[in-house]
Design a protein around this ligand. Sequence first.
Ligand SMILES: Cc1cc2nc3c(=O)[nH]c(=O)nc-3n(C[C@H](O)[C@H](O)[C@H](O)COP(=O)(O)OP(=O)(O)OC[C@H]3O[C@@H](n4cnc5c(N)ncnc54)[C@H](O)[C@@H]3O)c2cc1C
Length: 379
Amino acid sequence: MNPTEVLVVGAGLAGLHTATLLAERGHDVLLVERRTRLTTAIRTTGIFVRKTLDDFPLPAECLGPPIRRVVLYPPGLCRPVTLVSGRDEYRVGDMAPLYVAAADRARAAGVRISLGTRYAGRCGAGFVVVGPHGPRTVRARYVVGADGARSRVARDLALDRNRHLLIGAEEVFSVSPGADPPTFHCVLDPSLAPGYLAWVVNDGRHAHIGVAGHADRFPDGMRKALERFAKEAPGLPGADRPIEVERRGGPIPVGGLLRRIGCADGLLVGDAAGAVSPLTAGGLDPCLRLSSLAADVLDEALRAGPTALTQYDGAALRAHFRGRLLLRRGLAQVRTPAAAALAFGLLRTPPGQAAARRILFGDRSFPTSDGRLGWRGGH
Ligand SMILES: Cc1cc2nc3c(=O)[nH]c(=O)nc-3n(C[C@H](O)[C@H](O)[C@H](O)COP(=O)(O)OP(=O)(O)OC[C@H]3O[C@@H](n4cnc5c(N)ncnc54)[C@H](O)[C@@H]3O)c2cc1C
């Protein structure tokens, strides 16, 4: 058995961030990732919100131009509502180089990264990982489940698991800057995106065309919905869609942060912990913030003993999501284009627009803690 202090499973942003922070504090960390390259099978559009950009040192060369303009469309795309912020609200990450940069930072901190290595379960006091040279058992004081929405680590640690999932898919391709400023287009149409949104993000460098919703409610399946949307998608004047496009997709947990996300043997971060805004389905800011807390807790547990782990309490943090969970349930009830068109009427009123601005341009992010451990950015 190879001993290590912390075994992190999954090299998405949550796993990379947790592993880096722990290694920077002098801990021995092994990070295993089943993909052989971090630049393939990307599962995110990569829209980072202002609060994340303010608080975490993401490499500027991996970020697209700032976006201030959001256009909201009803079914049929008639009479959209345009909202413009006075501040830079979003930037889209160039995710392949961004993951590579995060992995470089992790390695520089001392993290041992094993790509092409799948976590396969517990075995007595150890954890089995299967790499290019076959299975081996890793003995670790703690395991971190950063293995996404359908976490195997959560199951093995008998922690809570995501039950409410949307699925999403998108196409990505390069574009040239057009006449319009960088814009995030959102279409509320349950026949394209049942229970969520269809979107186009065009920042003048890349276009992302996507749909997400409840898997069982797409009238002809998600792929067909994406094909249909790609033909009529707004916000792409003159952008010639190449025949070959990058395809991304995956599950999105929207049931709110899970209650039991830690135990004596380890904890969950990112999508594995359900750390995604139930309303906007944004998970990048939550995964970074929860990973910072996880690293604080594990650092203390490794130095002072396992009682520190009791502070990693999803139930307490989950209370902050109550409003967003209610709004998500409301959105899930909008089941027909006619109902969506009716609900869209609210966005044409000043109170409706004020509410939309709060959601899209607000200062809220993943709940912060006033507790002793506090929340840290990645600085
Ligand atoms: C289509 C789509 C678009 C999205 N767009 C946005 C957006 O624009 N902005 C935003 O804020 N959020 C967005 N989200 C949500 C956001 O991408 C996620 O919340 C975030 O990326 C979660 O990061 P993570 O590290 O927890 O999980 P992931 O990035 O899913 O990483 C989990 C990793 O674990 C690995 N893994 C899994 N099982 C094993 C195993 N057994 N052994 C080894 N490795 C394993 C996987 O290969 C993967 O690399 C989107 C989600 C989807 C699906």
